[in-house]
Design a protein around this ligand. Sequence first.
Ligand code: URA
Length: 222
Amino acid sequence: MKNLKNALLLKQLYQLKQLGYRYTDITPFQEEKVDLALPDTLESLQKQALACHLCELSKSRKKVVFGEGNPHADILIIGEGPGATEDSSGKPFVGRSGEVLTKMLQNVLGLSRNDVYITNIVKCRPPNNRVPTPTEAHTCQSYLLKQIALIQPRLILTLGATAYHYLTGDDTGITKIRGTIHTYGKATLLPTYHPSYLLRNPSAKKEVMVDLLKVKELMGKW
Ligand code: URA
């Protein structure tokens, strides 16, 4: 709730900045007039996200890519942000990176996309697939945190440096942090490489395999 309050305040400040204000005594928006509570079901949360205009990405997106999969999944997969295919379809990881991810889930973990839940740090495509800015990531974070609270996964698998960094606030490089096991609230958190990195560096597949075998080992204990 505090995140949403901050996001709304930030939005208001950006709007004033765009209007030319450099300093202002704005009265922070009136809390009592705004319902700050995010919905308590994934469906209503998605509905709210689909109508979101809290950041710049909402201006250029075609579709909001909220996330999809099993709402009670043990495994939550978090990527960076939608690409062009995802922006057109409204579904996460359905382009070339998505093919790699789907195959990894199937071949190593014996899971289909419907067994897990897949989402991203930001729900709207950053233009030209650039990395989301800190403002965009923090504005969108309320949705992600509520998704985590509602799904209550046992394991969170972050894909790539951006997802790990924005979820945890830790900026340790991905090469160093991948494959290490952390606690995130009640869940275990495991960072690994992003599938798009594997498309560019196929030799890194063996490291991702090692990481996924750790996931498999954890699954065996549930
Ligand atoms: N890359 C991501 O990080 N997320 C997607 O949904 C697709 C590509």
